[in-house]
Design a protein around this ligand. Structure first.
Ligand code: F6R
Length: 358
């Protein structure tokens, strides 16, 4: 049941210190240690394609970045565009299906295409024995525990961390020994994650920020690097459960069109991860100049915290996990905004937990 919580969504947001501890348990020590993928498991792979939908697609984008940043050819693709875009696949291609339920029809169809084309396949899922887990060569469990709320929350976080660890293992094999840069920093951050989230949840100002901006016309979310999929996810969650208009953009894209929509009635939530933050701040300032309130999601002593109209604080951490922390603040923001509007948070209209039609 929901216990002391009004909604499953809030319960699942608050479960994240535990679900993330489970996601990394036994998987980090001096290096990344995945029992499913011993050293050498990804030898010979020179291209990685992630296929997924919705929130899982955002997690896939997030995971793909750790690979490209380390010099491995990787991209996240929408599972429902996979056939139509027909990207090259051969026996040196690893296709990773990212699906919390393991039953999403679009994702299964992309996975089956990859199998037909002779790719190596892996499913990253929350459900043991799901269709996607059974049909791929291997699977990696995210161990998030059951998620009842239709809007995915804790499964996104567990996917993001599991995919970042998986990316680390792929990099070690694909680049023959050269692992991720600053691996110690990443591992220490992964270890601190449950405690960091605990602190963030106790100290979050998301409810107050949701109240302050409740009468806005539209809600924008910006980010760069790992902050970009987080911006997309922040906007998806917001529209899903509040029914208000929200959009996520790569920070640098604002000036290429969306800036035309920016007014004093469009709060701009900006995610800072520690990667090219000065550029992201300049992008947020372009919105501020047009009168938009800027809400910075960043550590307390970050330069953006001073110049922004409001601030949602995240603990200082490795840039590859900072976006995940920022996302938890955005989950809370969406939750509180939906609550103020009296929306049926756990069961938004027109949506189902598992989409089993293409
Ligand atoms: C959004 C949400 C959906 C799912 C998508 C894929 O909150 O939950 O966007 O992420 O339908 O679902 P899975 O991960 O089960 O393949």
């Amino acid at each position: 049941g929901k216990g002391e919580y009004d909604h499953f969504m809030l319960k699942e947001i608050y479960e994240q210190p535990t679900s993330l501890a489970q996601a990394v348990e036994g998987r980090i020590d001096d290096g990344i240690d995945l029992e499913e993928f011993p050293p050498g498991a990804f030898e010979g792979i020179d291209r990685v394609q992630f296929v997924a939908c919705g929130t899982s697609y955002h997690a896939a984008m997030y995971g793909a970045l750790s690979l490209t940043q380390a010099g491995v050819d990787a991209r996240a693709l929408l599972a429902n565009e996979y056939g139509a875009s027909s990207p090259p696949v051969d026996d040196r291609t690893l296709v990773v299906a990212v699906t919390q339920s393991g039953e999403t029809a679009d994702t299964l169809s992309a996975l089956r295409r990859a199998v037909r084309k002779g790719a190596r396949t892996v499913t990253v899922t929350n459900v043991v024995g799901s269709t996607a887990a059974r049909e791929a060569d291997d699977s990696l469990l995210i161990r998030a525990g059951p998620e009842i709320g239709v809007a995915a929350t804790k499964t996104f976080s567990s996917q993001a961390v599991a995919l970042t660890l998986l990316a680390g293992r792929i990099v070690e094999d694909a680049l023959a020994g050269d692992g991720l840069s600053d691996l110690d920093s990443l591992l220490a951050a992964a270890d601190r994650l449950p405690g960091d989230i605990e602190r963030l949840l106790t100290e979050s100002d998301a409810a107050e920020i949701a109240r302050r901006y409740r009468d806005s016309r539209s809600y924008f979310f910006l980010g760069r690097g790992q902050g970009y999929p987080v911006a997309l996810e922040g906007a998806l969650k917001f529209k899903e459960i509040t029914y208000e208009h929200a959009e996520g953009f790569a920070s640098g894209e604002l000036k290429h069109g969306p800036l035309a929509l920016v007014t004093e009635e469009t709060p701009v939530f900006t995610v800072f991860t520690g990667i090219e933050d000065d550029r992201t701040l300049a992008n947020a300032e372009e919105a501020a100049t047009r009168g938009a309130p800027v809400i910075a999601i960043c550590p307390a002593d970050h330069p953006a915290a001073d110049v922004a109209d409001a601030h949602l604080e995240i603990p200082e951490t490795d840039p590859r996990l900072a976006g995940l922390l920022a996302n938890v603040q955005l989950q809370l923001l969406s939750y509180h905004a939906a609550e103020l509007l009296d929306r049926p948070i756990d069961k938004p209209r027109n949506l189902a937990k598992s989409v089993t039609v293409e």
